[in-house]
Design a protein around this ligand. Structure first.
Ligand code: GTP
Ligand code: MG
Length: 322
């Protein structure tokens, strides 16, 4: 592959791998190796078995997939520069922005988890509006994608929140691409298709509200835990790749139930286990407080100090308490 091509292209697929013609690509796809990730983590023996290619050739293909995905040494300075390029979207609450180190980050996944009514969906609505604000007002002057798995998106709330920040409500609504995900398979397919949409449109926020509900409904109980986990990991990996390649903020929600039977440690646990525990990103726990007050707490984020703060949900959206 020429370096010129490498500079122009942002997203690669398996046909970009040297030595993978259409016949080999077809065999790989049929055997389930349809993505660069799948190939990058395969062994030369596996690939050789499904394609009939010699092992050294399979090895070259795997190496090329790893390179395209950026699995290589970086210097600490490169890492620093990458972090300095991260952009932030305001939540509407200065308290919450400060807790998050300035707002919701691009190139990263932010998870809001908490029980029903804790404000997860309201925050998703607010961010879909705020990403459209000019940079000096805490936005990125960009559009949002809203993947709605629970059917709780309300354009009426967007309208009110747009008014609340002084933007034209119709324009704001025009810049939010909403889609209902009907099951987990559909939800993952939507994200895969986003790689095309984000190349054409100035999208800086992708919301999935909720990330986990379809997976929990379709793979219930302990006996399905491994399968559910595997699919969710794949889903998160997809999202992380989207965030990193296109400099997008990915926001996901995850409902957890209060567990009165748990006496030690944290009584709120993710329904069916901590599915996202080892995923990258920033985890923010939301808790109901008095009236419209909500408590946000940052939990084990790699570069943000732990802490908590209070915000409120008003008619006009997310704000600081009076
Ligand atoms: P689940 O999806 O059920 O897990 O809950 P959630 O965390 O998504 O809660 P959500 O964001 O839907 O928060 C619901 C809360 O937001 C309600 O209890 C209200 O307090 C507040 N809220 C929702 N809509 C409005 C509104 O139009 N006006 C005002 N003032 N508050 C609202
Ligand atoms: Mg909700």
């Amino acid at each position: 592959m020429s370096s010129e091509k490498a500079e122009k292209k942002l997203v690669y697929d398996i046909t970009d791998l040297p030595g993978v013609g259409s016949a080999t690509a077809q065999k790989l796809i049929e055997a389930g190796y349809s993505s660069l990730e799948a190939i990058a983590v395969a062994t030369p023996q596996e690939l050789s078995d499904v394609t009939g290619l010699p092992i050294p050739t399979a090895n070259k293909i795997i190496k090329a997939a790893r390179e395209l995905l950026g699995f290589r040494f970086k210097t600490a300075l490169e890492l620093k520069k990458e972090r300095m390029n991260v952009k932030k979207i305001t939540t509407g609450s200065k308290n919450l922005d400060e807790l998050l180190g300035g707002g919701i980050e691009t190139k990263n996944i932010t998870e809001f988890y908490g029980e029903f009514g804790s404000g997860k969906t309201q925050l998703c609505h607010q961010l879909s509006v705020n990403v459209q604000l000019p940079e000096d007002k805490g936005g990125l002057e960009a559009k949002a994608v809203y993947i709605d798995s629970e059917g709780t998106f309300r354009w009426e709330r967007i309208e009110a929140m747009a008014r609340g920040v002084g933007l034209d409500p119709d324009k704001v609504m025009e810049n939010i691409y909403w889609i209902r995900a009907v099951n987990s398979h559909h939800q993952m397919a939507i994200v895969e298709e986003l790689f095309d949409l984000v190349k054409r449109e100035n999208i800086k926020l992708v919301v999935i509200d909720s990330l986990t509900s379809h997976f929990r409904a379709e793979f219930p109980g302990r006996e399905n835990l491994a399968m559910r986990q595997q699919l969710l990991n794949k889903h998160l990996h997809q999202l992380m790749r989207l965030a990193e390649i296109f400099d997008i903020a990915v926001v996901i929600t995850n409902q957890v139930m209060a567990r009165p039977d748990v006496f030690y440690g944290d009584p709120t646990q993710a329904v069916g286990g901590h599915v996202l525990y080892h995923a990258p990103g920033i985890r923010v726990q939301l808790k109901k407080s008095r009236g419209n007050k909500r408590i946000a707490r940052v939990v084990d984020a790699p570069h943000i100090p732990e802490g908590e703060t209070i915000f409120v949900i008003t008619e006009w959206g997310i704000r600081d308490p009076e």
